[in-house]
Design a protein around this ligand. Structure first.
Ligand code: SAM
Length: 286
């Protein structure tokens, strides 16, 4: 009889700062598997030592790591279980692991997540910005022109936007964000989540830019930037805008009433002014 062996590949989330955020299950899985494949074995040593995890480790960097991929698939095909961890947080989220998971699935192996920390989820959970729908943009290009064209394409997106950004680029990114999204969108910056010097700021985008510009400490460490999506102006019916205009015309000049109604309803000031003028002319003629 031909017995087909198949191991399980565990995708294990690890802390993004505070090592205490490691889950009990994650520790157990890392202890139980035959091999822990790490984005960087040297980096992960600290975590593994802290929890007395002595499983064999190998490095797997994904980019041009055909040899590493084959090795992991070989172990899985021998019926051994392998865990994969990235340097921090959930693997595959702006981290390596996609090719590994895809190849393991293609080969018919079980792939099981061990959920845990993820910087974007931690950030949006405390941002106070709408979280029912959001778009994770991840890292924008380091090239200025590509970064700007990505922002341009996101201008009309109504979902909350989430960016990962490097500290040396945060100011330039905020400046571009103000240019493309406008200074009055609500924004939130989470820095060094779960670490000693964690900070959280919620402000209008323009204010956040000024704050980060004036405080070099805000240009250090690991950063998640959250920006509210484009808010559609709710359409006010023609009847409603005329009602507001009528009320205001009794209290102030035509031009002021038109300007204020325009602000309230979003209807063009000129259109409203013409309407008010026509109504006034009609009343006088009657
Ligand atoms: N896989 C990780 C996750 O699940 O969030 C993300 C890895 S990505 C290479 C690293 C980026 O994630 C950082 O540049 C930063 O934007 C964000 N990040 C990671 N840890 C963070 C932290 N403690 N505080 C704020 N942002 C963090």
């Amino acid at each position: 009889m031909n017995i087909e062996l198949t191991g399980t590949l565990y995708i294990v989330a690890t802390p993004i700062g505070n090592l205490g955020d490691m889950s009990i299950r994650a520790i157990q899985v890392l202890k139980d598997v035959a091999i822990v494949a790490c984005e960087s074995s040297r980096h992960s040593k600290l975590l593994l030592n802290r929890y007395c995890i002595h499983s064999r480790t190998i490095s797997y960097q994904e980019q041009n790591d055909q040899k590493g991929l084959k090795k992991i698939l070989y172990h899985l095909s021998c019926g051994e279980s392998v865990a994969f961890i990235s340097d921090a947080g959930t693997p595959l989220i702006s981290d390596p692991g996609y090719r590994l998971v895809s190849s393991a699935r293609d080969a018919g192996h079980n792939v099981i997540p061990v959920p845990g920390c993820c910087a974007l989820i931690a950030a949006i959970s405390v941002s106070g910005l709408p979280s029912n729908q959001f778009r994770f943009v991840g890292f924008l290009s380091a090239k200025v022109s590509q970064r700007r064209s990505s922002m341009k394409s996101l201008c009309d997106c109504s979902e909350t936007l989430i960016f990962y950004e490097a500290p040396h680029r945060i100011l330039a990114t905020l400046e571009d964000a103000v240019q493309h999204f406008g200074s009055d969108r609500t924004a939130f910056m989470a820095r060094e989540i779960s670490k000693k010097f964690e900070t959280y700021h919620r402000a209008l985008l323009g204010e956040l830019y000024e704050l980060v510009k004036s405080d070099p400490n805000q240009q250090r460490g690991e950063i998640v930037l959250v920006v509210s999506g484009k808010q559609e102006k709710t359409e006010v019916s023609e009847i409603e805008s005329e009602r507001i205009l009528d009320l205001l015309v009794g209290e102030m000049s035509l031009s002021k009433a038109a300007a204020l109604t325009s602000k309230i309803t979003g209807v063009q000031k000129n259109t409203l002014y013409k309407k008010a003028l026509a109504a006034q002319t009609k009343i006088k003629a009657d």
